[in-house]
Write a protein that binds this ligand. Structure first.
Ligand SMILES: *[C@@H]1O[C@H](CO)[C@@H](O)[C@H](O)[C@H]1NC(C)=O
Ligand SMILES: *[C@@H]1O[C@H](CO)[C@@H](O)[C@H](O)[C@H]1NC(C)=O
Ligand SMILES: *[C@@H]1O[C@H](CO)[C@@H](O)[C@H](O)[C@H]1NC(C)=O
Ligand SMILES: [Zn+2]
Length: 462
C-alpha cells in the first residue's frame, strides 16, 4: 500500500522546500522510489531488529531503508548531501508526521559521528530509531513525543572518517577528520573569531539543512569523555586554542545548564563525576561550559545557537571513542533514557506565532527576550520557540514594516506558554510628528492577542 502516495508526498515536500534544497536531496531523498514494494527480504536481513554491532556505511544505508520501508507512516529517510568521497549524509525523520512539518510543533535533531572515529553515537542513533518506531504503539510517552515533535536523526555526519577508523581504538585520531583532513567541528563560521578554514562539503550540507528547517533543540554526539558540554565553545578572550578558559557564558546560560543537566541526570552515570582515566579531570554533575573545558573556533554548537536559534549541546557519551562492539548494548542502556528525555525539552518555555493585524504570519520577525542578547527569527508560518526556565519575561518582537511590540509573559514548569503576537503595520503610523503621537496615544503600544498557558501539550507522566 501507499508507495505512490509516499512518493507524491516526498515530491510535495521537495517542491515546498525550494531549489537549493532539492539540488541536495533530489536523487537521494527520492530513494524511497527505488525500494521495491515487496522488500520483506531486506527487512528481515537488515532490521528493524538491529543488533549491537557496528554498521558500515552500506549496512547502515540498508538498515535505514528497511526501517523506512517498514514504517512509512512514522519515518522518512532523506540525504542532505554527500561527503567528500560521495557517501550520503543520511537523516532519518521519526515522527507521526515524518514528511511534513507540523505547524506549531518543534523540529529537533541529533547529529552523531561528526568525528568519524567517535562511533558510539552513530550506533546509538540507529538503536534510537528502532526504539522509537517500535514503541510508538505501546509506550504513551514515546507516542506523545512523536505526535508532537519531528525528530531528525543523522547517524553520521562524517562517514568518510568513520570508514578509516578502527574498532577498539579509544584515543587515536585516526578517522577523526573528513577525507580532506578537516576537523568538521572546527569548520563552521564563528562568532568570536574569524575562521579561515575552507568550508567542507559535510559542513556546507549541514549549514544548508539547518537554514531550511527551524530546529529548536539539538544534540551533537561525541566520544572520548563523559560530559554534556554547552555553549559557548569559543570565547572572545582566548589566545590559545585547546586550553581551559574561564567559562564563556551565553545569554541563555541558565537554560543550557538545565539542558545539559537533563542529559547527565538521565544518563546512567554521567552526573556521578566519573573520571574516564585516573589522570583525567571530572566534571561536576557531568556538565561543563564548552570554553571552560577547552576553547575552540568553528564548532557546531555555537553556530546552531547564534545563527539559527537552535539550542545545541555537545554530548560526550563514551570514554573510549571506538569501543569493542560487545560494549554497545551497555552504552545503549546508559544513554537511552537521556536521549529521549532531552528531546522533550523542546516543549519547554514559550512558543507561538507572530501575525500581522489580518492574521497572516510574519516571517523573519526578530524575537528577543529582554536581557538575553541573542535574536531568534520566526519561520514562514510565523512560528517561534524559545526554551526558557520558569519565570517572567519580556519579549521584544520586531519586523521590517511593522511597529515593534513588547509582550510580558510567564513560563511555568509543566506546560509551554503559548504566545501569539500581533504586529501592526508601520504604514498606519506615518513618521510625521503630531499625527503619529496622536495615533499612538489612542492605540496601545502593546497588543497581546493572547497570552495563556497552553493546556494542549503537556508532559505525560511516564
Ligand atoms: C531531479 O530529478 C529529476 C527526476 O528524477 C531529474 O530529471 C533531474 O535531473 C534531477 N535534478 C537534479 C539536480 O539532480
Ligand atoms: C489588538 O489588535 C486587534 C486587531 O489586530 C484588535 O482587534 C484588538 O482590539 C486589539 N486589542 C487590544 C487590547 O487593543
Ligand atoms: C495562535 O495562533 C495560531 C496560528 O494562527 C492559532 O492556530 C492559535 O489558535 C492561536 N492561539 C490562540 C490562543 O490565540
Ligand atoms: Zn568529538
Amino acid at each position: 500500500m501507499g508507495w505512490k502516495r509516499l512518493t507524491i508526498r516526498a515530491l510535495l515536500l521537495l517542491l515546498s522546500v525550494g531549489q537549493t534544497w532539492s539540488q541536495y536531496t533530489n536523487a537521494t531523498f527520492l530513494a524511497g522510489e527505488n525500494i521495491p514494494r515487496n522488500n520483506e527480504q531486506e527487512s528481515r536481513d537488515a532490521g528493524p531488529e538491529i543488533e549491537f554491532t557496528y554498521h558500515d556505511h552500506d549496512q547502515m544505508t540498508r538498515y535505514l531503508r528497511a526501517v523506512s520501508a517498514r514504517h512509512p507512516s512514522l519515518t522518512a529517510l532523506y540525504s542532505i548531501g554527500k561527503s567528500v568521497e560521495g557517501r550520503d549524509l543520511w537523516v532519518m525523520v521519526v515522527s507521526a508526521s515524518p514528511y511534513e512539518h507540523m505547524i506549531g510543533k518543534p523540529d529537533v535533531k541529533y547529529v552523531a559521528n561528526i568525528h568519524g572515529n567517535e562511533a558510539v553515537g552513530r550506533e546509538l542513533l540507529l538503536h534510537l530509531i528502532q526504539y522509537l518506531v517500535t514503541s510508538y504503539e505501546s509506550d504513551s510517552y514515546v507516542r506523545w513525543l512523536l505526535d508532537n515533535t519531528r525528530i531528525h536523526l543523522m547517524p553520521s555526519m562524517n562517514p568518510d572518517g568513520y570508514s578509516k577508523s578502527k574498532e577498539g581504538q579509544c584515543n587515536t585520531i585516526q578517522g577523526r577528520n573528513n577525507a580532506r583532513q578537516y576537523d568538521l567541528n572546527r569548520n563552521f563560521p564563528d562568532f568570536f573569531k574569524p575562521n579561515p578554514k575552507q568550508p567542507q562539503p559535510e559542513t556546507i550540507a549541514v549549514k544548508e539543512w539547518i537554514s531550511k528547517i527551524q530546529f529548536v533543540l539539538s544534540g551533537s554526539l561525541h566520544g572520548g569523555a563523559l560530559v554534556a558540554s554547552y555553549p559557548f565553545d569559543n570565547t572572545p578572550s582566548s589566545i590559545f586554542e585547546s586550553y581551559a578558559h574561564t567559562p564563556s557564558v551565553s545569554p541563555d546560560d541558565d537554560v543550557f545548564r538545565h539542558l545539559a543537566r537533563i542529559y547527565s541526570n538521565n544518563h546512567a552515570k554521567m552526573s556521578r563525576d566519573v573520571s574516564c582515566q585516573s589522570t583525567f579531570r571530572t566534571f561536576e554533575k557531568g556538565i561543563t561550559n564548552g570554553a571552560a573545558w577547552y576553547a575552540l573556533t568553528g564548532g557546531m554548537q555555537d553556530y546552531n545557537y547564534l545563527w539559527h536559534g537552535c539550542m545545541e549541546i555537545t554530548l560526550e557519551i563514551s570514554c573510549c571513542k571506538y569501543p569493542p562492539a560487545n560494549e554497545l548494548s551497555k552504552y545503549w542502556q546508559d544513554n537511552k533514557q537521556a536521549l529521549i528525555k532531552y528531546l522533550a525539552e523542546a516543549h519547554r518555555g514559550a512558543h507561538g506565532f507572530v501575525m500581522d493585524s489580518n492574521g497572516n504570519p510574519v516571517e523573519k520577525a526578530a524575537i528577543r527576550v529582554k536581557g538575553r542578547e541573542v535574536t531568534y527569527h520566526t519561520t514562514k508560518y510565523g512560528e517561534f520557540w524559545r526554551i526558557l526556565l520558569p519565570g517572567t519575561y519580556r519579549l521584544e518582537v520586531t519586523a521590517e514594516g511593522f511597529l515593534p511590540q513588547e509582550v510580558e509573559f510567564f513560563v511555568i514548569d509543566s506546560h509551554p506558554t503559548l504566545l501569539n503576537v500581533t504586529l501592526h503595520s508601520a504604514k498606519d503610523f506615518p513618521p510625521s510628528g503630531a499625527i503619529t503621537r496622536q495615533k499612538l496615544a489612542r492605540r496601545p503600544t502593546k497588543n497581546v492577542t493572547s497570552v495563556k498557558e497552553d493546556g494542549a501539550i503537556s508532559f505525560p507522566q511516564e
